[in-house]
Design a protein around this ligand. Sequence first.
Ligand code: GLC
Length: 425
Amino acid sequence: MRKAARTAVAGLLLTMAAACGGTPPGGGATPSGGAMTGRGPITLATGKDTSRNLQNQVDAWNKGHPDEQARIVELPESADVQRDQMIQNARAKSDAFTVLALDVVWTSEFAANRWILPLPQEQFDLAAFLPPTVATGQYRGRLYAAPWKTDAGLLYYRKDLLDKAGVKEPPKTWREMEADCAKVPGVSCFAGQYEKYEGLTCNFAEAVNSAGGTIVDPATGRPDVDTPAAERGLDFLVDGFRTGLIPKQAITFKEEEGRRYFQEGRLLFHRQWPYQYALADRHDGSSKVAGRFAVAPLPGLNGPGVPTLGGHNLAVSAFARNRASALDFVTFLSSEERQRANLLASSEAPTRAALYDEPELQAKYPYLKVLKESVLNAKPRPQVVRYGDVTAAIQEAAYAAITGARPSGQVLADLQTKLQTLTRS
Ligand code: GLC
């Protein structure tokens, strides 16, 4: 094409973009369709920053991008409340949130409702990420959220107390765990997250999967939770509360309440995500268990358990301005350099595979090997568009059983019926 013609075409495209609401550099109207255009200030909407390192990450970006400053919009700790606020924002077509730190379980729902934009997949080196984490950011074969931080349930245990009791290895089964607890008086045995919120769904899924059951069969997409295996799994939690193996107050635990309980030295075994490692290991007086604990894969009914896959990916809101800046910011935060820095500061699990094999990182974090294995063994929660309703039904069922309000068999039969309705397409 001759130069004059090229200029004319470029001019025409610009006019068309402006007519469709395209953003001139520096802000203006929301770009039309999925165009990743527009530069200027952006926000990152995210749950409560339990890593205590997010501001450092954002500062690193801001240093190099004076005209595209990023600001954190911190939402509450509970995943369900974060989801509600992000959905409200999307329904109002508000541009208040530019980049969303999207829980891995919301991708389908947000993509199907067109609340987030497809990302240019070819711009992300997806082969460099742990495969299960890539899948959590995809919907119908397209990438909607860049893999950022992953998560898998881990067993934190008081190595000092097990050593003292002559127990050489962390337990591989629930029965072994119970036997270990009998040898260590003075502390509660085990806890996870059991308040009625998303964390309970994660813990319920772990119990069911670790007993050989499933909630929704990934192969068929059909619910299959009304089974003897699922009941044995749920009963691990029900019996735990009934017998006192799980302390009563754990019914109010989300991640942070449990972390404080563990750090106060009141628990022998704690089911928790990777972020707890760095905080519990602080030698500044904030943790009584610093230097006294280790991490193992979760135990299960007849052998190692099946952790739930968690984590957060980065998506761009469909109602955002300054999307070109947003895309660069997503690329920046998910880069190997930023993920390394975040791991060093926070112990949060990276999605970049190579970091797990770096000797320097392995030396600082002896739990990296267990972490990688746990992420690779982890099972995703049901990947469904109506996830909000699905998780509410699971939470209702699990909570009724663990509080002793209703028998396990009955709640699982009801849950199966509800899930059948919710997953029917
Ligand atoms: C963690 C996980 C997330 C999960 C949440 C539940 O933040 O990364 O996937 O939904 O915990 O509390």
